[in-house]
Design a binder for this molecule. Structure first.
Ligand SMILES: Cc1ncc(COP(=O)(O)O)c(C=O)c1O
Length: 371
């Protein structure tokens, strides 16, 4: 089948760009001697996770138990659930999974540790945990050294938990960064902080084998910090407009597009596409130093001067500045989403294309896996 024969809206992946992105991040990890454990929330596909493993990844990261279960069924064997697992039903599922794969979860509270310990002591298992440290994002994770040391002590006392290491998601790094230099500085600071935490814990006698960081914009910088052992970027596999806004990806390094059809040209300065918030995801682009003032709801490859100025559920309204050459009614266009991860979660399938040909179609097996 030809790409243009696909019904719209559909997700298409350029196979060469996908391969390039997978290999590129593996090279970054190899250059710094750290393990790559890609976050699969971006693609939600065991097919792509297996390609990342074949390229050299040590395992995968997921955000949710649902995702971990889909990936386990898809043959992945080493999984970090980079999240707090709270509540008896979820903990029972985690312990069940830990019988099937090498598993670890995060902890950032005494209450969370106690829940895990209680359940694991009933089943007689030993569960690996990493202490989540907040290096600036302001989400989960502990900031304060005394609290981190106290939590590590609580894990050490728990006979059914094993402290594997420390973890941070330095997703705050690009927020408000004025340029690549500042981004790099913040990423290195986040890396240095998590290494410092690991050293403090080792000083207290805790064996900290894993020092894990994870974020695509920060990846080439945090991984350079001596003492980091593992990185967990996710978005790099496809890239998106947010990555373009940071100057870290050109359109040709964005592997995924939403294929859409021009369905109306109701005014000289307006075109309408059949892809709205239910296929592109209505998230404004991150303002970045490399795409100043961009502000659209996705980047149209065929007409970079045209702006998607608004989305309704099934329509994208495109503003055509005077002189912009735009495809006609019935023509298809390809749009790079602003934030690729939630856009993927709206679709059932990924169509893999080589040039103009669709060579494979893969289900997005963990689509909607939010529990
Ligand atoms: C815990 C954790 N690790 C790693 C990542 C990957 O970051 P990115 O999406 O920038 O690749 C995320 C992203 O949400 C995350 O939450």
């Amino acid at each position: 089948m030809r790409k243009t024969d696909l019904d719209t809206p559909s997700l298409i992946i350029d196979s060469g760009t996908l391969r390039h992105n997978i290999e590129w991040m593996q090279k970054v990890a190899d250059r710094f001697g750290v393990r790559l454990r890609p976050h699969v929330k971006t693609h939600k596909s065991p097919h792509i996770a297996r390609r990342q493993m074949e390229a050299g990844a040590c395992g995968i990261t997921v955000a949710k138990l649902d995702e971990a279960e889909v990936m386990t069924d898809g043959g992945l064997e080493d999984i970090l659930i980079a999240n707090q697992i709270i509540g008896s039903a979820k903990i029972a599922r985690a312990l069940e999974l830990a019988r099937r794969v090498r598993l670890a979860v995060l902890v950032d509270s005494q209450a969370g540790v106690e829940m895990l310990e209680r359940a694991a002591s009933v089943t007689g298992q030993i569960l690996d945990v990493l202490i989540e440290v907040d290096t600036g994002k302001g989400r989960c994770g502990l900031v304060n050294d005394e609290e981190i040391v106290a939590l590590a002590g609580r894990v050490a006392d728990a006979s059914h938990l094993r402290l594997r290491g420390v973890e941070t998601h330095e997703g705050h790094v690009p927020r408000g960064a004025g340029g690549p230099g500042e981004l790099q500085e913040r990423a290195v600071a986040a890396g240095a902080r998590i290494v410092e935490v690991a050293e403090i814990l080792r000083g207290q006698g805790h064996p900290v084998e894993e020092v894990s960081v994870g974020s695509t914009p920060a990846a080439p910088y945090t991984a350079s910090v001596e003492g980091i052992t593992e990185m967990r970027p996710g978005t790099y596999v496809f890239n998106d407009v947010n990555q373009m806004a940071l100057g870290q990806a050109h359109p040709e390094e964005c592997a995924l597009s939403v294929l859409a059809t021009v369905i109306s040209r109701p005014a000289p300065d307006r075109a309408v596409l059949d892809a709205g918030s239910k296929s592109l995801f209505a998230e404004a682009a991150r303002s970045g130093f490399a795409l100043e003032g961009y502000g659209g709801f996705g980047y149209i490859r065929e007409a970079s001067g045209a702006r998607i100025v608004s989305l309704s559920e099934e329509h994208a309204v495109v503003n055509l500045a005077a002189g912009v050459d735009f495809p006609d009614i019935g023509d298809k266009v390809t749009i790079i989403p602003n934030h690729v991860c939630p856009a993927v979660n709206l679709h059932d399938e990924l169509h893999i294309v080589d040039g103009e040909d669709v060579i494979e179609t893969w289900p997005i097996a963990a689509r909607g896996a939010i529990r």
